[in-house]
Design a protein around this ligand. Sequence first.
Ligand code: HEC
Length: 128
Amino acid sequence: MRVCVLYRLCCQWLLVVMMLLIVEAAPVFGAETKGAASGQSNFEARCARCHGATGKGNGFQALALFFMFKMPDLTDLAYMQARSDDALFRSIKQGSKGGMPAYKLKLSEPEIKDLVVYIRSFTRTSSR
Ligand code: HEC
């Protein structure tokens, strides 16, 4: 009987995660009419729910994905030094198998570049 309850809880959790992923995959209508937004406002609007407003990886959606994906700490100097701007750009544009969604349809290349610059500012301010 107890196994059955656990099984149901598991199914419900999976359902919630799947719904979150589907919402994530839906195109954002009107996004292309907004004009060029700054790296910061884009980050707060699109990325903070997973990565956290400060890049620590503690956004509310990170909790739901906790069991599936490891959220990187974008304020970790060693991690960020090991990643080139190019690699960060590619991760944001194309996503990754590790759970990072692709933004090539939602953000223009200049917007993604602004985001890379903004993400870099986390380590510059937290390390020194
Ligand atoms: C659904 C949750 C989610 C959202 C939303 C999200 N990310 Fe991520 N992101 C992840 C996960 C999970 C990883 C770890 C991926 C991996 O290890 O392969 C990641 C990795 C990254 C990395 C590190 C990539 C690398 O190559 O080291 C960067 C930079 C990043 N995200 C930036 C962003 C930006 C910018 C946005 C908003 C445009 C964003 N993320 C939105 C979940 C998310």
